[in-house]
Design a protein around this ligand. Structure first.
Ligand code: UD1
Length: 425
């Protein structure tokens, strides 16, 4: 068990570079299953989830080599692959569900353990299932597994309308549709940059997809796809976290490889909070010289405000001038971390999916526990501005989304170090 020991007060100044998006890389690895042969994916972050996805692909029959130095994964997919994703891997990483679409497309069947997840709400699969059924699949649940069987002649293109632009359901149906007979229209799809990334890799592999980046995707099934070399889109959530860090610590951070166009709303909010945002050729620069103003936030599917930056913004609002209302529309349990933030002296009241944050001039260091990746990032940011020392527990959650978070923060001037609990005596 590891912790971060943080002493607040430093102004963060310097440069960081963001690597590829976790939420894209994991799905791109699943996309590789759709083509027999060797696909290479660059800009894949060195995080535990990538190791778990690599392990899952190996169980399915692939050869997978990941190089942390070059952040590149090479996946060799055989003619025949298995179609079962076991519980021991799926329970460790909900994103394992990304293999569902490719398995049905490649083998006509999928047995995927029902996922657990990372403590941020119920996260149903109903839209994945309804869409696959519309394409002709028979879906049942047996012994904790989702069991999907395509008709013997394969899935059939159809018109699917999603109740809600779910990222996961869009991915499953998109990947299932690329080899289906005829044309599949998926309406009300998610438009996150990570979805666009998946579409771009699929197109490079020979898929026929129209409407990429729009609310409606039209996919014309092709017989087979070919392997490719592809580079993952930079992580907008990690970039956004650095931008909030600069704003909260009244710092000056250049975030290389960040794409401002993927962060339009969060950067607009930081600008309202008082930060100066400069778009550079290969990134963004965020400078701040005073306490931020509190800003209201409403999380919504992209291009709305990302739920994955909501805890970081609550942390910022907790030391801002004024008050703000934060509304969470995607994951009901995302406010759990507020209790931990309160241990640092933050004044936050929640009611259903609203949180009222009253900014305070100072937080006070305390031991806190991360409950998921983004909550962990929010708590670290709060600890960086709190008076005195904090210990952030549950670091394994933070490690799932942020490679070397504490070393990068230390390079920017933060007083933070990683310790194992044995060290504490
Ligand atoms: C992905 C991201 C996550 C991000 C989220 C929203 C990954 C690994 N995770 O999660 O970081 O916060 O997008 O941007 O990429 N839902 C249903 N039925 C369904 C599908 C979804 O009820 O069939 C609900 C979920 O319970 C959840 C909400 O819709 O409350 C959003 O889910 P979804 O957009 O699918 O997000 P994920 O793919 O789980």
């Amino acid at each position: 068990m590891e912790i971060f020991r943080v002493t607040g007060g430093a102004r963060l100044v310097g440069e960081v570079r963001v690597s590829g998006a976790k939420n894209s890389s994991l799905k791109l690895m699943a996309v590789a299953l759709l083509a027999v042969g060797e696909s290479t994916i660059h800009n894949v972050p060195n995080i535990l989830d990538v190791t778990i996805m690599a392990q899952l692909l190996r169980r399915l029959g692939c050869t997978v080599e990941y190089s942390p130095e070059t952040e590149t994964v090479v996946i060799d997919v055989p003619e025949t692959i298995e179609h079962r994703a076991d519980y021991d891997l799926v329970r460790r990483m909900r994103a394992s569900i990304a293999v569902l679409g490719p398995l049905i497309a490649r083998t006509g069947a999928a047995d995927v353990a029902l996922p657990g997840g990372d403590n941020i709400g119920s996260r149903g699969l109903d839209m994945h299932i309804a869409g696959l059924e519309r394409m002709g699949a028979i879906v049942t649940s047996e012994h904790g597994y989702l069991v999907v069987q395509a008709p013997s002649t394969g899935l059939v293109g159809t018109h699917v309308y999603l109740d809600f632009p779910s990222v996961g359901a869009t991915e499953t149906l998109l990947m299932a549709a690329v080899n289906a007979h005829g044309t599949t229209v998926i309406d009300n799809v998610a438009r996150e940059p990570e979805i666009v990334d998946i579409c771009s890799m699929l197109v490079a592999m020979g898929a026929q997809i129209e409407g990429i980046g729009s609310p409606m995707l039209t996919i014309t099934g092709v017989d087979s796809l070919h392997p490719v070399e592809y580079t993952t889109v930079p992580d907008r959530i990690v970039a956004g976290t650095w931008a909030v860090a600069a704003t909260m610590t009244q710092g000056d951070i250049v975030v290389r490889n960040a794409r401002a166009e993927h962060l339009t709303l969060p950067l607009e909010k930081l600008s309202t909070a008082g930060a100066v945002i400069e778009t550079l050729d290969d990134g963004i620069r965020i400078t701040m010289d005073r306490r931020p103003h509190a800003v209201d936030v409403v999380t919504l599917p992209y291009p709305g405000f990302p739920t994955d930056l909501q805890p970081q913004f609550i942390a910022m609002n907790s030391i801002a001038t004024g008050s703000a209302l934060v509304t969470e529309n995607l994951f009901e349990a995302r406010f759990r971390f507020v209790q931990e933030l309160s241990r640092l002296g933050a004044e936050v009241r929640t009611d259903g999916h609203h949180a009222l944050v009253r900014g305070k001039s100072q937080l006070s260091g305390a031991p806190v526990e991360s409950t998921d990746i983004r909550a962990g990032a929010g708590l670290v940011l709060a600890a960086l501005v709190a008076e005195g020392e904090s210990t952030v527990h549950g670091v394994e959650h933070i490690d799932r989304g942020y490679v070397g978070f504490e070393s990068l923060l230390a390079q920017l001037g933060a007083d933070i170090k990683r310790e194992t609990l044995e060290d504490l005596g």
